[in-house]
Design a binder for this molecule. Structure first.
Ligand code: 8DG
Length: 150
């Protein structure tokens, strides 16, 4: 994984209900700092020195959501977040046997969103292109057969 020099690497998860046919995405509402509080984002955080971004994504999900996640493919990116940060994002699912994610750290609310409700929350502005990318991969609401007519 190449890290862009000079940019702070952030690793995060696009946590979905199913990697093959994702219908629901977990969004998290930031509780701070004041400039970002109330904005919705992908759970994650800064990659620590010497840490692989993928390992950072798993660690951050455990710290923030209290669940072990399994990563799938990268969800596009790396995504620029303003001028100073870039986000490495993976599709992910909660590992089997884990409970529901909870907002343990950095967030005060979580919501599972579908393609049709994805924009019911105010995403951090930097995330809007990422949300558009993710939306294109979610199964449309009300589609029970993967969009194929039998
Ligand atoms: N996790 C996450 N951060 C995002 C997203 N969009 C976005 O602009 N950011 C920004 C907010 C922060 O400036 C930065 C991530 O830093 P953070 O504050 O979450 O990192 P961290 O948990 O490691 O926190 P710390 O070490 O600074 O306490 O990236 C997103 O979707 N997810």
């Amino acid at each position: 994984m190449t890290l862009e020099p000079g940019r702070v690497a952030v690793a995060a998860v696009a946590l979905v209900d199913d990697l093959r046919r994702p219908r629901r995405l977990l969004a998290a509402r930031r509780s701070g700092p004041p400039a970002l509080a109330g904005g919705w984002e992908f759970p994650g955080g800064k990659v620590e020195p010497g840490e692989e971004p993928a390992a950072a994504a798993v660690r951050e999900a455990a710290e923030e959501l209290g669940v072990r996640v399994e990563l799938g493919d990268p969800a596009g990116g790396p995504w620029p977040l303003g001028r100073s940060h870039e986000m490495h994002l993976w599709w992910a699912v909660t590992a089997s046997g884990e409970g529901e994610p909870r907002p343990l750290e950095d967030h005060d609310a979580l919501r599972w969103l579908t393609r049709g409700t994805l924009h019911e929350v105010p995403w951090l502005e930097n995330d809007l292109p990422v949300v558009a990318f993710v939306a294109a991969h979610l199964v449309p609401d009300g589609c029970d057969n993967g969009g194929h007519a039998f």
